[in-house]
Design a binder for this molecule. Structure first.
Ligand code: C2E
Ligand code: MG
Ligand code: MG
Length: 548
């Protein structure tokens, strides 16, 4: 605020000085007046009466003038003090509102700081902890290992990688929420058994990590590992379902087996993949030789993906003959991978791998499409009185779009569904029995025939045979292989055939390689026979000879 008047500087105001100044002024003026005016009056008037009267007027004049001067002086002083007081008052009000503003800003600032801190906390939480389990995550694992390495203690840093087996299946079947709950319950169980000095991480998905130090790694001292694996022996209740799960563990240690943290993690992962190959609920310590296997594995995955893009697959067909008439009833489509640098690769060498990696869905789609196309071509050539049989993996049945794709392909190729058979192995059906039964029912309603492949190698449950919506069973060739030498095997096979007939199923015997086996199949009155003796799998052009 600007002032029009000069405002005194309060520090320069002296009450004593100012008062003395006024009093002294008054004293001088009064003294001067008394002396001068008295002399003047005496000089002008010489009678005492006149002097007395003039003295009275002189006194009145003096008091009036000095009263005015006093009034004037005091007014000017007080005016300037008022100005000062006003300025102070304005400044004070201004200060007061500034103070209030400051207070408000301070609160706002505090809120902002709180918000910022919460944001920082959240970012830290997201960067270093898994959202689902609240456990430290991969980033924290890296930092913790670095910290341990820097500490440079003489003990070994051991890292265990834990990956659940077939967790995807659980997720696909029961839903993600169910899978999440399983992970949380497993985390709780693991926390209970891990020693206090172990660091426990959730690396994402179904992967966990355990990090600790030990003076000496003795690979036979696996108490902790056994304790971890034991957790999976009991079922876990989730939403009223008692579910069994299992995990594979890979273990490696620093500095013997790794030069840094990244290598330690990588090596445990390699060991874990090896444990997975070994089977469910097992562990493996890292070994140098494992790396080649992993490289081969990754190469195969790459090659297989490339094979899909480059169209390197072919279908061979193997006839299934009517035992009585000797005619071809069905052609089973058997995939071959014609790898440019290696020639034909058997499905046994890549189908299980494709199932594991999920590539089977795409491969299966190609098989269905190609088999339907070939069937259409043969139909147009006039070869029509046989059906086509296609092998299906459980993973394909699991695929949400399997049914739609099947309908689309059969409609596109004008395929009569009565001429289509799908082969699925018993163990594949059993993996997800209720769901698969529903799907097989749906397929049969379309007119598609369902065959239970490789019967005798899996559960071989005659009880389940009744429940399964199937039309044929294909008895695995391991049975026929043994029957001639082994009377017991022959009796078992005979019983299976008899029982299947009672249930009303068609019977195919696979793997007929010699006349004795064929005779047995004829004697037992089986419906269909397949085997090298009758016809080997062959490309479509060669197979046309049988059709002719
Ligand atoms: P599978 O469905 O049981 O097919 C029969 C297998 O036995 C074929 O092997 C066939 O060549 C072989 N075989 C037939 N007769 C005889 C015989 O008399 N003696 C002997 N030793 N073997 C015989 P292949 O073609 O190598 O197929 C192996 C398996 O790969 C198939 O067994 C099937 O499970 C799977 N597979 C083949 N093609 C496909 C496909 O397109 N999709 C899926 N998901 N699996 C397939
Ligand atoms: Mg088959
Ligand atoms: Mg078979």
């Amino acid at each position: 605020m600007d002032f029009k008047y000069d405002v005194p500087d309060p520090s320069k105001i002296s009450p004593e000085y100012d008062s003395w100044k006024i009093a002294l002024g008054y004293l001088l003026i009064a003294g001067f007046w008394i002396m001068v005016s008295d002399q003047l009056v005496i000089f002008i008037f010489n009678d005492i009466d006149s002097i007395s009267i003039v003295q009275t007027y002189k006194g009145i004049f003096f008091v009036s003038v000095t009263s005015y001067l006093l009034f004037y002086t005091l007014r000017e002083r007080i005016k300037s003090y008022k100005l000062l007081a006003m300025k102070l008052y304005d400044n004070y009000s201004e200060l007061e509102s500034t103070y209030e503003e400051l207070l408000a800003s301070e609160e706002e600032l505090e809120d902002k700081i709180d918000e910022l801190n919460r944001g920082k906390e959240k970012i830290y939480q997201q960067a270093y902890f898994a959202e689902l389990t609240g456990l430290p995550n991969k980033n924290m694992l890296h930092e913790k290992i670095e910290e341990m390495i820097k500490a440079d203690s003489s003990s070994k840093i051991i890292y265990i990688m834990l990956d659940l087996d077939e967790f995807k299946k659980i997720n696909d079947f029961h839903g993600h929420e169910f899978g999440d709950q399983l992970l949380i319950k497993l985390k709780e169980k693991l926390i209970k058994i891990l020693p206090k000095d172990c660091h426990f991480f959730h690396l994402g998905g179904d992967e966990f990590g355990i990090l600790y130090e030990e003076d000496q790694v003795i690979e036979s001292n696996i108490e902790l590992i056994n304790n971890i694996l034991d957790i999976f022996k009991d079922s876990i209740n989730i939403q009223g379902h008692y579910i069994y799960s299992s995990a594979s563990l890979g273990i490696s240690y620093y500095p013997d087996q790794a030069n840094d943290g990244a290598e330690l993690i990588k090596n445990s992962e390699i060991a874990m993949y090896n444990a997975k190959e070994k089977g469910k609920n097992s562990y493996k310590f890292y070994e140098k030789t494992m790396e080649k296997k992993i490289k081969d594995y990754l190469q195969l995955e790459k090659d297989l993906k490339q094979a899909i893009i480059n169209d390197e697959f072919e279908l061979f067909y193997q006839p299934l003959f009517d035992v009585e008439k000797g005619s071809v009833i069905t052609l089973e489509a058997l995939i071959r991978w014609n790898k440019p640098d290696q020639g034909y690769i058997s499905p046994i060498d890549f189908i299980p791998f494709a199932e594991e990696t999920g590539l089977i869905t795409e491969i299966g789609r190609w098989v269905l499409q190609e088999a339907c196309r070939q069937k259409k071509e043969w139909r147009e050539k006039g070869y029509n009185d046989f059906s086509i049989s296609i092998n299906i993996s459980a993973k394909e049945l699991d695929d949400a779009n399997f049914y739609e794709h099947l309908v689309e392909q059969t409609e596109n190729k004008d395929m009569d569904c009565n001429n289509l058979e799908l082969e699925i192995t018993e163990s594949d059906v059993m993996e997800n029995l209720d769901k698969n039964i529903k799907m097989l029912d749906k397929l049969r309603k379309m007119g598609i025939k369902v065959s239970l492949d490789d019967f005798g190698t899996g559960y071989s449950s005659l009880n389940y045979l009744r429940k399964m919506p199937i039309d044929n069973i294909k008895i695995d060739r391991s049975f026929i292989d043994n029957i001639m030498a082994n009377q017991k095997e022959m009796n078992i096979l005979s019983s299976i055939i008899d029982l299947s007939k009672v249930i009303g199923l068609n019977i195919t015997v696979e793997g007929i390689e010699n006349e004795d086996q064929l005779q047995f199949v004829k004697d037992k009155d089986c419906d269909r026979a397949q085997g090298y003796l009758l016809a080997r799998p062959a490309p479509a052009e060669e197979i046309e000879n049988y059709l002719k």
